[in-house]
Design a protein. Structure first.
Ligand code: SAJ
Length: 422
């Protein structure tokens, strides 16, 4: 059984490794030299120790190969990005992956779409592109949508243990995909049709987006009321049926900020709440920039260091990161800043390479991302590196008492206005 996987990102590559590790011959295809050459030189472009070890093993065995070019296979798996531009889903990567498959598709093959797509895309455009091969879906080849559900940072565990939803265009397609994925998925695999599977995936991420938006809106309300949102949420969460998520500097990544738009596109009138939630979350980075401006203004600071450029804690993944928007907003306001992130792989113009450089000459440090290395930083160590004593904590993870005892002024996101006399 030869499996071709198109798109070797956070989903495609781990999937390729796990299939290769369970006895299949796998060809991984990507357009990026960093990815293809990286894999062939045994480097995983993500921080996952177990997968790194497994990558070495499958390369040694010869069961995984990375290439720019697709070849004939028995199964094709598509895991390319489906980004959003101007509130519209860009299916161009998906289209080119499918057309690539069409060139090699033959009777008896199975095509699995793992990329996140809106309801109706599998039985609509995807089926159309693949049938340009002259073969008929459901008769000559099988087709399923099997959305990925993994969370970056815990990919191996989630890929193997999470339940999966398998939506075939017909029952045979579903059963074939289920049998194939049983080679490494231990979680429950739920069978359904393609459109339901597509809908389930975007509902899941939209649900999380809306819940984060509620937390962010509650933070803004608490701030106005001069109530500590973090304390209020912790107490509210003691209620057995309440679970307020963490407010924060914005919702980044390549999934949650994107997926609600799949539903908005299909049902613009009904999806009113989804849009409002999206705009609420999208406005958070600008709020952080305004907070920074206010603190600098009140403390006569001239420059800020933004701690964390990734979209969430303990990963180097900077796609859709709120920090980028914070940085751009600061730039537009004429506020000097640098960005610091020990995980950062591709530096920005504003990036500095060390903690010492980051805090040198700044009037404020803004902790945007809760990387362990930031949260566990001893205050005494930081105090030796800089004369800056002002920290905006957007994560509420710094121990305020400990930091204040060490002489720092901590501005807790959503609850520092009184400290500024505002
Ligand atoms: N965030 C908050 N507050 C929270 C939780 C998250 O502000 O309480 C922010 C994070 O800082 C980050 C963004 O939201 O910027 C997204 O992070 P995340 O950890 O919620 O999710 P992702 O994007 O890493 O992964 C999500 C997951 N979906 C769900 O939990 C429903 C994952 O299971 C999906 O596989 C993934 O999207 C995907 O690829 O679709």
């Amino acid at each position: 059984m030869k499996i071709g996987i198109i798109g070797l990102g956070y989903v495609g590559l781990p999937t390729a490794i796990l299939f290769a590790n369970s006895g299949h011959q796998v060809l991984g295809v990507d357009v990026s030299p960093r990815v293809v050459d990286g894999i062939n030189s045994r480097t995983l472009h993500m921080e996952e120790e177990l997968l790194q070890q497994m990558l070495m093993r499958v390369l040694d065995q010869g069961s995984l190969q990375a290439s720019y070019e697709l070849e004939p296979c028995n199964t094709f798996i598509v895991a390319v990005p489906t980004p959003v531009a101007n509130y519209k889903i860009d299916l161009s990567y998906l289209e080119s992956a499918c057309r690539n498959i069409t060139r090699f598709l033959k009777k008896g093959d199975l095509v699995v779409i793992e990329s996140t797509i809106g309801p109706g895309i599998t039985t609509g455009p995807i089926l159309g592109w693949l049938e340009e091969s002259g073969l008929k879906a459901g008769e000559d080849f099988s087709l399923v949508h099997m959305p990925e559900r993994v969370i970056p940072g815990n990919i191996y565990k989630e890929l193997t243990e999470n339940g999966r939803v398998i939506g075939g265009i017909d029952p045979t397609s579903t059963v074939r995909a289920k049998e194939l994925y049983a080679s490494f998925v231990k979680g429950e695999m739920t069978e359904t049709d393609a459109t339901t599977a597509e809908t389930v995936k975007v509902l899941e991420n939209t649900y999380r987006d809306i819940n984060i938006a509620i937390a962010n809106e509650f933070l803004l309300i608490c701030e106005k009321l001069n109530v500590n949102p973090w304390e209020a949420f912790a107490i509210a969460n003691q209620h057995p049926r309440v679970n307020i998520l963490n407010p924060g500097p914005g919702v980044g990544g390549h999934c949650i900020p994107v997926d609600p738009w799949f539903l908005v596109e299909k049902a613009p009138e009904e999806a009113a709440l989804l849009k409002t939630a999206r705009f609420r979350n999208n406005a958070m980075p600008e709020k952080v920039a305004n907070d920074i401006a206010d603190i600098l203004d009140a403390t006569q600071g001239k420059k800020v260091s933004l701690f964390g450029t990734s979209y969430k804690a303990n990963t180097g993944d900077a796609r859709g990161t709120p920090t980028k928007v914070i940085a751009t907003t600061l730039e537009n306001k004429g506020i000097a800043y640098n960005t610091y992130d020990p995980f950062q792989i591709l530096p920005w113009e504003s990036s500095v390479g060390s903690l010492q450089e980051a805090v040198d000459g700044v009037g404020l440090i803004a902790v945007i991302v809760a990387h362990d290395s930031f949260i566990q930083l001893p205050p005494e160590q930081l105090a030796q590196l800089t004369s800056c004593r002002h920290i905006l904590d957007c994560t509420n993870r710094l121990d305020k008492t400990v930091w204040e005892e060490a002489g720092f002024m901590i501005y807790t996101f959503g609850h520092f206005r009184e400290q500024l006399g505002k």
